[in-house]
Write a protein that binds this ligand. Structure first.
Ligand code: SAM
Length: 261
């Protein structure tokens, strides 16, 4: 596994996304399965239509449930994540030909135009407090994708998330009792979840905090960072996105042919 230059080795994690995606992430969200990822990868391949041997990146790959399926296609697959623990899981399960990298999505450890396509599955965007920092991810992806190459960005639908928000819930997964308290920040921009885990080894908690963007906001950020031919789907079955009705908000975009934005 290759490491980026970003210092991600400090065990005293300070950012919520460093704490939330450790080994127990897989226990806390058992429904986010490899099986569920199959049709998502099928749709991504349908929309981006990579050629045989095209170099693709599964950005924020986690334990590699999408890479599992992408590796069965003819693309040359790279996968990157910040979490050492999830990457270790990915390494154990994925075929050796998948090249795993540890790094930060804001500073990708790849040269300009290295990839034909980048895919970012399942709500891995909007983690940073400032919109400029979130935009920087889109700029960074644009930097590493060749002109004409593709990008897939899979986000929750903002209005559907607001409508269906369950403030408090409790569930049991194996020996863990998981309590989740969800709220929207006062400015209405982020959904936050306080997760508390109680199990045989004690009790601990952490926060998840994700910026909820409208389709218009994401479209404008993508354009700003050099993306064109932007399409927005509402699910993995090619349905167009409808705010408040679609479960997801999935963008496909192409890197503009001109090299600079
Ligand atoms: C919601 S999970 C999705 C994982 C995977 N795509 C899936 O669907 O199973 C978000 C992923 O983003 C990774 N991540 C969080 N912050 C990151 C960062 N700054 N740079 C790179 N990856 C990051 C986490 O470690 C986690 O694996």
């Amino acid at each position: 596994m290759k490491n980026s230059e970003a210092d991600t080795s400090n065990p005293e994690t300070s950012e919520w996304y460093e704490r939330a995606f450790q080994a127990e992430y897989l226990e806390v969200y058992p429904a986010r399965t490899v099986e569920a990822a199959e049709r998502e990868v099928e749709a991504a391949l349908r929309w981006l239509s990579p050629g045989s041997g095209d170099r693709c990146l599964d950005l924020c790959c986690g334990a590699g449930r999408h890479s599992h399926w992408l590796a069965k296609s003819t693309v040359d697959l790279h996968a990157l994540d910040l979490s050492a623990e999830l990457l270790e899981q990915a390494q154990q399960k994925l075929p050796e030909k998948v090249k795993l990298h540890r790094g930060d999505m804001r500073q990708l450890p790849f040269e300009d135009q290295f990839f034909d396509h980048v895919m970012m599955f399942f709500t891995s965007f909007g983690y940073f407090e400032e919109d400029e920092e979130n935009s920087r991810v889109l700029a960074e992806v644009a930097r590493v994708v060749r002109p004409g190459g593709g990008f897939l960005l899979d986000l929750p639908d903002r209005e559907s998330t607001l409508k269906s928000l369950v403030p408090n819930s409790q569930r049991r997964v194996g020996e863990l009792t998981i309590e989740e308290a969800r709220s929207i920040t006062a400015d209405g921009k982020r959904v936050e979840k306080q997760v508390s885990l109680k199990g045989p080894s004690g009790e601990e908690g952490y926060i998840e905090s994700v910026r909820l963007f409208s389709a218009e906001e994401v479209t404008s950020m993508l354009k700003q960072e050099g993306w064109g031919d932007i399409r927005c789907y509402g699910d993995w079955n090619d349905q167009p996105h409808r705010s408040g009705e679609s479960p997801r908000m999935i963008f496909s975009a192409r890197r503009s042919q001109a090299e600079s934005k």
